[in-house]
Each structure stands twice: as C-alpha cells, then as structure tokens.
Design a protein. Structure first.
Length: 433
C-alpha cells in the first residue's frame, strides 16, 4: 500500500498552520533525500511531490471549512452546521493527477476556493498548457507531452478549451484604446495558411508602435482576405487604429508596397513615411546576379549611411551610372522609392537607427513563423489570431521581445522633440497651429 502521504505528513512537514512551516529550501532537500532513500519518484502516481501537493490542497480545504463553520474538525459547533466527512476528487496539476479528499459540511453551503467546485484542473496547469501552445506545440504534441512527463491523460478537446479561454482576452486586446500619438509606428505583414472552404494563404497585418515613454507595443493584428498584402487593406487596418484613438504618427516605417505611403498619409496627413531600407536593399538584389551582390551592397550602403540628403543623392547618382544599363529594374526601384527613402536622413544617428528599418517587427514576425511552422494551417481566422497573440505576449529570455523599452530612448526623445516640436504634446492639431 502506498504510504507516500504518511511519509510527507508524519513529522517531516507540519500539516496545518503556515506559521510553523519550515524553510522551503530545507523542505526541498528533505524531499529529494527522501525520494533517493526510499526509491520513490518525485512526480507521477505515488510520487513525493504528488503527495505533497495532495497534502497542501487538503490542508487548505480543511482550513477553509474551519473558517466557514467556525470550529475545528470534531470541535464544538456554535450552530447546527458541522463537518460531514469527505468526498474524493481527482484534479490535474503540474505534477500530474492528484486524488484529494474534499471535506464537506452537513448543510452543503461550503464553497471552497483552494479547489473550487466542479474544477478539475488547477490554474497553474492551464497556464502551462497555454505556454506550450504559445511556443508552437500542436494540441497533439501537448497531449503527448503531458502524458509522457506527468502521466496525465487529457483529451484534445480539453486542451482546445483551455487555450480558448484567452479568446475573450484577445478580443479585449484588439479593441483596447490606444495612445493619441506614437512617435514611431512600424507596419508589416506575414502570410499564414487558413482553411476557409479550401486552405489558402492569408496575410496577417501587424502594427507596432513606440510610445512617448519609449515602450514598444503591438498595436494590432488583422487577418486580410486572400490575394496577398494590399494597400487598400492596409487602409482598413490603419483606420481601425485611428478609430481606437491614434490621432497622429510622426514616422511610419513600412516596406515598399505600392500605394501604401498614400494610404498612410490618408489616415495621418502629417506623418513622415519611411521606406524600410532593409526591404529596399533586399528587393534590389532580386534583380541582380549573385556575382555582383558584393559590389552592389557596398554602393547601396554608401547611400543609406550618407550624412545628408544631398550626399545620399550624389551616391545614388554614382550607383545609377554604374548599374542602370545592366540592371534597369533595380535602378527603377530605387528611383520610385526615393521620396519615401530619404526622410530618415534628416534625423540624427540615434533616431535613424530606430526608423530606417522594420527590424523590430521583422523579429516579431520571425517569432510568429516559429509558432505557426508546425501547424500547417489553421481551421479559422480566430485560431490563427489566437496563436499569434499568445506568441506576441510571451517573453523569451535571451531574445528581443515585441514589447519593452527602446535602448537609449532619452536621446531619441530629445531628437524627436527638436524635430517635431509641439506636435508631440498636441496630437491631431492642424499643421498651421
């Protein structure tokens, strides 16, 4: 007969009152030493941690019922309601399934909070499932993982219900009010596969903003129709940002999608539209032979690192003279993008680094791709947004996270204030005020 509970509770761990609990480090050492000495597993059926979790839960339930009734078990009752035995219940925890004895009262008025009525999973377990889902594991992989590690069988439907619990949170996030002005907004799109009758590539539009406090924030994500990224669709997404309170944006950084700068200016007429330098360089190389890439990138670097707009114009002239005959499409791409390429050259170096590329949002998109790679396709738009939202909000050690403070923000804010003046303090005002 398994006597793990007796070992955990008999003299080694005080069972009832928190004020006499020993140091947690000593408890951990005792548990490991006990497991080694007795040949008992830490988790799983009969595991030491399983027994400890059972003891903690049962102690909490007994303390709750004592407070509810006003007397200890087998103590003198001040009223008619008394302890009335226990009922068995199995709950799923982070150390596996744990069978506990839930104390009852005669009148049936006891409503426990340690393990609420009808609750079969503890909150920590649900959080673990959501975390695994956010890291890109499929429902089947999570189910197999839980069975292998915790010896806990949980259905695919249950896992789906656990992850569906964040849908309301996602809806609130999508509709939350935003700041009236963002000094910098970066926009880009990623393609995911969604089944809508048939599996098709669908663009997911993503906008990231930098607040006046220097904090990066993902402002929104929207699933567009089939047919690829389009400026008209971006107009709808940017209008949503406007309706949620964004009256102005100083700098909007985007890729070289035709028509997109006009869509941005239709929403925020005073915004400086900045074509992402990295996108422009990458698209330029599509037109050139690989044997020329090294020479081309060196000349392009002279353009986007020029100290002034005039100097950049001189470098562009040299670049076009060298390559127009061989790669006219590449030169045409630079000439068409020039007006939306040069705005960042008017900024000091600290601000240039922040706005000349959409790297911050590209990093977020890379995280999205990791989270969606193993899934093949999503059954619905909501399913796709759910996993992208979870990936967006999760923090990863050692990696750039989608939210957080911009390095050296005070210097950047001074440059923004000098360049844009009172506009930062009075968003939405006409240009002549």
């Amino acid at each position: 007969m398994d006597n793990t509970d007796d070992k955990v509770g008999a003299g080694r761990l005080p069972a009832t009152r928190p004020e006499v609990l020993p140091d947690l480090g000593d408890v951990a050492e005792q548990l490991v030493a006990q497991a080694r000495a007795d040949g008992v597993n830490l988790t799983g059926p009969g595991g030491v941690l399983t027994g400890l979790v059972r003891r903690v839960l049962e102690t909490g339930l007994e303390a709750e019922l004592t407070d509810h009734l006003g007397h200890e078990h087998r103590g003198r009752a001040s009223g008619g309601n008394v302890w009335n035995g226990t009922s068995s219940k199995t709950v799923t925890t982070e150390v596996g399934d744990v069978e506990i004895a839930v104390p009852r009262d005669r009148d049936g008025t006891f409503d426990p909070q340690t393990v609420p009525k009808h609750r079969r999973r503890l909150e920590g377990f649900d959080a673990s499932v959501v975390s695994l889902y956010a890291k890109g594991m499929t429902v089947r992989e999570i189910r197999n993982h839980l069975e292998e590690v915790y010896e806990t069988e949980i259905s695919a439907d249950t896992i789906s219900k656990i992850t569906d619990a964040i849908v309301d949170e996602l809806t609130d996030w999508q509709q939350r009010p935003l700041e009236p002005i963002y000094p910098v907004i970066l926009i880009d799109a990623i393609v995911v596969k969604i089944r809508d009758g048939a599996v098709a590539n669908r663009p997911v539009y993503v906008a990231m903003g930098v607040t006046l406090d220097g904090e990066r924030d993902v402002l929104g994500m929207w699933v567009g129709p089939t047919g690829g990224e389009g400026a008209k669709q971006w107009m709808n997404m940017l209008t949503d940002l406007r309706n949620r309170g964004v009256l102005d944006a100083c700098i909007v950084c985007c890729d070289g999608l035709p028509g997109l700068p006009d869509a941005i200016r239709a929403i925020w007429p005073r915004a400086d539209v900045q074509t992402c330098v990295v996108h422009l360089v990458r698209n330029s190389l599509r037109y050139a032979s690989k044997k020329d890439w090294s020479k081309i990138t060196k000349q392009m670097r002279l353009i986007y690192t020029a100290p002034t707009v005039d100097a950049a114009q001189d470098r562009l002239t040299e670049f076009t003279d060298a390559w127009r005959d061989q790669y006219p499409a590449m030169i045409g791409a630079w000439e068409r993008s020039w007006d939306d390429f040069v705005p960042f050259l008017a900024f000091p170096p600290e601000l240039r680094k922040l706005v000349y590329t959409t790297n911050a949002i590209e990093s977020l998109n890379a995280r999205f791709r990791r989270a969606t790679r193993q899934r093949g396709h999503f059954p619905t738009e909501q399913a796709a947004l759910k996993i992208l939202y979870l990936a967006c909000r999760s923090r990863e050690e050692g990696r750039q996270n989608p939210t957080g403070r911009v390095h050296g923000w005070k210097t950047v804010l001074n440059a923004l204030t000098i360049h844009y003046g009172d506009r930062l303090a009075n968003p939405g005002q006409p240009a002549d005020q």
